[in-house]
Design a protein around this ligand. Sequence first.
Ligand code: NAP
Length: 451
Amino acid sequence: MSPYRVAVVGSGPAGVYATEALVRGGADVSVDIYDRLPTPYGLVRYGVAPDHPRIKSIVVALQKVLERERVRFLGDVDVGIDLTTAELRELYDAVVFATGASAGRRLSIPGEDLAGVCSATDVVAWYSGHPDRAQAGEDFPLTAEAVVVVGAGNVALDVARLLVKPARDLTGTDMPPHVLERLARSGVRDVHLVCRRGPEHAKFTAKELRELLELDGVATEIGVDPLPAGSLDPQTAANLRAFADLAAREVVPARRTLHFHFWSRPVELLGAGGALAAVRLEKTREAGGAVVPTGEVTELKAGMVVTSVGHHSTRVGTLPFDEDLGRVPHEAGRVLGPDGRAVDGHYVAGWAKRGPSGVVGTNRACAAETVVGVLADLASRSPRGAGPEEVDRVLAARGIRPVTYDGWLSIDSAELNRGRALGRVRTKIPDWETLRHLGATGAGRPGRSTV
Ligand code: NAP
C-alpha cells in the first residue's frame, strides 16, 4: 500500500486532473476520489452540452486516471453530510476539494421568483439527465413561444442553441428520452439572448457562435452592426466575424429565430396570474469602462426566462468559504483559514479555487499547481492516513456503501445498452434509484466507456 493517502473530493475534470498529478508525482501516494453522485466526471457528464460529443470525449483520458492502480472511486458519498470535512481530514494525509461551482447566480431583480423563470443551471442539469433535476423539466414552460435567455457566456449560448435546434438533430445525443420528447413538443419559436454589453464584450467563443450558422431553419438577428475587426485581440475579432456572418445569413423559411439583444439588461420580470408574461429591458451603454443604464425601457413578451449570468460555489462542511467571492480562499491551492493562514492538509482545485471560468483543460494546470503544494507538504511529514480497509469500515459503520469504479462501469454499460437499443450511442439514466441499483451491482465489464 502507498504510504501517503490523499482524498480528492469531486470527480469532475479538476478532481481527476489533481488525482493524476498526485499519483504521477513521484511520491508514493494513493488517492480515494469521492463524488456526491454515483457517477464520475462532474461537469463533463452534466455540464458540457449533449450536442458537443467532441468535448465530452475527454472522458476517455479521465477514465484512464480512475483505472490506475493507486486510485479508488467512491461515488454516492456526500462529503460534509455523510462524512464531515474534519472526519475526512482525520482519515487522510491530505484532502483536495474540487467541488466545482454548481449554483447559478441570481439576477436579483423583481419578479425572479415567478413561475417560468429558471436558472440555466437547472435547465442544463435537466437536459443532461442529472438525477437531481430529472423532473425539473416539468416546471419549464416549453409551450411558450418566446424565451428570454439572460447572459452573454457559453452556457447561455448552449441553452439558447438547444432550445432552437431541431429536435431531430438531438436524437444522436445522450439526452434521456423524456427530455428529447419534451424538446420535440416544444412550442418555442423565438429565443432572445439578452447581453448587457456589446458584441465585442461577449464571452461567447467564436467556435460556438459559428455552430449557429449550421442550424437548419434557424435565423439569427444580431440587432447591431458588429464592429470591424481592426486592432482587436484575435478572439474578439473572431467573434465579430462570426456575428457578421450570422447577420449576413438568410434563412428562408425560418422555423425559429435567435435574437441577440446587445446593450440591454433586464430590470423587471413581469407576471400575469403568478406566471411570467414579459421582461422589462433597459438599454445600457458604456461609460468609462462600466455598463450604465440609459433609462430607455422596452418590454419583451416571454413565457420563459433562463438566467445564465455565471455560477458560484457552495460551502462544503466547515471548509473556509468566501461568501462574497463565492469560492474557497486559498494561496496557490492551499486553503486559507479566517486568520489568513493555510489550513493544515486542506487544498482546493478547479472552479471552487479560481471561480467558474475557462475550458475543461484549464483545470489541468490549476490542479497541477495545487498538487505541487500537496506534495511539498507531504514530503515534510510522515504518512499517517488510514488504509482503504479502515476507510471502508468507517463508511460501512454509517450504512454508506460507496459506488465503486466497477459499480460505475455497470451504470455505464446500462446506459450504452439502452442507447444502442434506441439506435443511439448512449441514453443517460436520470434517476437516483436506478443509478444506485446498478452501481451496487458493481458487475462492471472491462472495456472503454465512450462519452
Ligand atoms: P461567463 O462566461 O462568465 O458568462 C457570464 C455572462 O453573464 C457574462 O456575459 C456576464 O456579462 C453576464 N452577466 C453577469 N452578471 C450579469 C447581470 N447581473 N446581468 C446581465 N448579465 C450578467 O459564464 P458561463 O456562461 O456560465 O460559463 C462559465 C465558464 O464555462 C466559461 O469559462 C465558459 O467559457 C465555460 N463554458 C465553455 C463552453 C464551451 O467551451 N463550449 C460551454 C459552456 C461553458 P459581463 O461580461 O458584462 O460581466
